[in-house]
Structures are given as C-alpha cells and as structure tokens.
Design a protein around this ligand. Sequence first.
Ligand SMILES: NC(=O)c1ccc[n+]([C@@H]2O[C@H](COP(=O)([O-])OP(=O)(O)OC[C@H]3O[C@@H](n4cnc5c(N)ncnc54)[C@H](O)[C@@H]3O)[C@@H](O)[C@H]2O)c1
Length: 476
Amino acid sequence: MDRLEFLKRLGVLTVGASLVGIDAKAMVSDGDLMEDAIPEVAASEKINTITEPLNAKLDKPITVMVIGAGNRGYTYARYAERFPQSMKVVGVADLNPYRRERLQKKHDIPAENIFEDFNDALAKPKFADAVIIATPDNLHYEPCMKALALGYDVLLEKPVAPTEKECRDILKQARKYNRIVAVCHVLRYAPYFRALKDVVDSGAIGDLVSIQHMEPIEYGHMAHSYVRGNWPLSEKTTPIILAKSCHDLDIMRWLVNKPCEVISAEGSLHLFRPENMPEGATERCIDNVDGKDCPHEKECPYSAKHVYLEKKKHLYVFDVPGNDPKLIREKLKTTNYGRCVFRCNNDQCDHYVATIRFKDGVTASFTMDAFTPWGGRRTRIMGTKGFIEGDMKTFKFYDFRTGHTSIWDKKVSEIADYKGSGHGGGDHALVRDFVRAVSAQDESLLSSTIDVSIESHVMGFMAEKSRKSMKKMKVE
Ligand SMILES: NC(=O)c1ccc[n+]([C@@H]2O[C@H](COP(=O)([O-])OP(=O)(O)OC[C@H]3O[C@@H](n4cnc5c(N)ncnc54)[C@H](O)[C@@H]3O)[C@@H](O)[C@H]2O)c1
C-alpha cells in the first residue's frame, strides 16, 4: 500500500468518505501542535483495518506435541480446543502431573504420548508434525535442538535461549534440518501492532526517524514474575531485557525495518533488595511460622495477601482447581509467592533504559519500568511527514501537511474471536500463522523467521553487555 492509497483508506484525502480526519490546526492557537490541542476524535474518524479471523481453516489439522504444559503451553494448546480443524494436540511432556493430566484430558491424548520429561518424549521417533516448546527459559535449547534433528517444526517460546551462541546454534540447526522455527514474539501478531506496522510501511509518516517505546511492566506483575516468581535471577533464566523485553526489541527492529548497529543501556534493581525492607518485616506476608502476619501487610502494595487473596491476581500459577482461597493460602505458606518481596534473592532490574541506533541513523529510546499502575506498551513514532502515538488500545496518526488526525481503535477493529487470546490477540494469531506455515511448509507465512528473531535477541545480549560494562556495544 503506498502513502496515497493509505491516506485514502484513512479517508483523510477523500471528501465525503466515511472516514474523515479532523483538522487539528483549527484547535491550535499559536502554530504549535500542543498535546492538549489534539482533539478526541469521534467514531466516524476512526481507522478501520481488516482483522483476519483466528481460524486457520485448514483441510487437515496439523498435529502437535506440547513440551511444557504450564501457562504458555496451555495457552497455545487452547487454540486446538477452539479450532480443532486446524490443530490437534497428540502429545504432552511436563514434569508437573496436574498440568500433564489437564492437557491429556482436554485433548484426549493417547497414553503412549504422555511424558514427564522432554528427554523421554524426544527419545521416541517423530509422531507429530510440530512441537510447542514452552519450558522455562533455560530449557529451550536442548529440546529445540533435539526436536529439529528429529524433523519436527517448532513453535518456540521466547527467549530463544539464554546465550547468543545457543541462539545461533538453533538457527544453524533449523537450517541444517530445513525446519520451521517460529519464535513466540506474540506482539507482532496482535491486530494493534499489525495495524501500526501497516501505517508505517504505507509511508504515511514519511521516513521513520525515531521511536520512543516504553514497556510498563506494572508494579504487581514485576513482583509476581521477576521478584517472587519464575524469573527472579538473571543467570538462572535470562536477563530481564530478554526475559521480558525481547518482544520490544523485536517490535522496534520490525517497525524500523533496518538492522540495529549500536546499543547502549543502563538499569538496576532499585527497590526489591534486603536493605530496603521496612523494619520488622517478616519472612512471609501472612501466616508466618509463629502464625503472625507481617506488621506492614496492611500498607505494603506488594503484600501477597492483597495480591493473591484479595485482588485474586495471577492465580493460574498455583494449579488450584476452582482457585479455592483456602488452598491458595496454603500455597502462600510454602512457595515463594508468599514471601516478602525484600527477601526473594532476586537480581532482575526493575528499571532499564536502552538507546539504539539503527542503520541510516534511525534512533530509538526504550524504557522498561516496573513502577507503573498499568501494563501495555506505549509507543511514539516520529516520521518526516507524520507522527503516531499509541498505547496498545488505540493509536493516533497525525498528518503534518493536512493537519488531519485519525485513530485506530481496538474496540472497533478487532473481531469477536480475538477475545480471550492474550497479548492483544497475538497469542492465538501466532498459532494460526504457525499452523498455516507448517501445513504449507512455508515459513514466509510467519511474521518473522528465526533469523530475524535471533537478530533482535542479539540486541538484548548486547544491551545487557552494555549495561554491565558501561560501554556502547556494536550489534553485528
Ligand atoms: N511469549 C510470551 O509473551 C511469554 C509470556 C510468558 C512466558 N513466556 C516464556 O514461556 C516459557 C514458559 O513460561 P510459563 O510462564 O509457561 O512457565 P510455567 O512454569 O507455567 O511452565 C513451564 C512448564 O515447563 C515444565 N517443565 C520444566 N522442566 C521440564 C522438563 N524437563 N520436561 C518437561 N516439562 C518441563 C514445568 O513443569 C512447567 O509446567 C518461558 O520461557 C517464558 O519466558 C513467554
């Protein structure tokens, strides 16, 4: 789509079109386009994009084995429940019996294809078209290398692997065995980011000159995942710039559509350290060995009682049928999720800033922040002819020449079947494209091939090197 065609689609060039942009200049007093001068747009001025349904509509479903049937493995397997004509789950491997059996029952998996450890599953000859690898970060490499050698195509959770060498090995292995590896950079598949990319690629903003991109983690999510939960230690999993923000590096690289040349980063763990523990704080927020609650429980925003029992957030990690509060309370006595956030032996940064230079001098500034009340990426894109600003629910496009403003709105543009697909709809849209790619044996049906995914991972490895060494890093 060229710029003219795109603008026509927006309606900003067509008198009488159903989508008519508004004249922002009329609202500005002294010639400056001030933020508070940008008016809210009415429904008739919204950008409508075509959102593809999630059903891949294959003649014959592809078959998959799920390795790691926790949060992510279960999420991807749900695609098969929704669209059985496109994907069938025929095998599972998970150390956790509750999760293994949950999948086994949902998908009626034959007993001979149910395994505890991925090594047992991959000791068997290939029995499905593809594997979904959703084990912890440090357990992606081994199953992926083995699965590729057996001839499986792979849907591989991010981050690809904890080291650059392992990432590059996986790329080589995929090429050696001529297999498809789709990395779960799910945001690329979300209708919001697809529409944003369409606008940038149309040329409507002119040349893309710079990006400001923010990943607000949300204070509770930070404590749940990167202090108490699965990813508190960068060495045992991956540094947070990969564990959390490889999506963002990938999105920036994708929007800019040019290789990254230089990256530099800063960041640290500001809050969740023993020296910041309030005086008298106890080991656990409630039900300590002496039966008492922490004296700070009532004020602390990170109180486990408040998060898990009162707000009932993140309960999926407990594997408790029906989320029975009594059983969850028991889990808070025995797992890290009940611990004081200042006593979790964690080291992941809670704020991280990276400055990136892409080819042709395009720049990006990225911030990842734990201390926000909401999640949902915020992005500003500066072009020579226009500007975009978005928050994953809506984005606004401002045309410098015409002064018109147009808005893309998730509520208007998403279709019903995206409801319940996480990451702005990206989770199941990724699976749709993966099953199509496997069925047609054509990796170009994916938004990103493994080469490109590795490239954005290398940006993450270099950012972390820069943060630790206080030097700018070349990205090659
Ligand atoms: N794409 C995304 O946006 C996104 C979001 C969250 C997590 N992730 C990534 O997905 C992966 C899984 O995360 P999760 O939240 O589902 O974790 P999880 O803990 O819920 O699930 C991991 C599962 O792997 C199983 N497992 C561990 N060792 C195993 C072995 N040897 N053999 C078989 N199974 C084994 C565990 O029992 C567990 O059920 C991680 O790498 C994580 O970083 C990606």
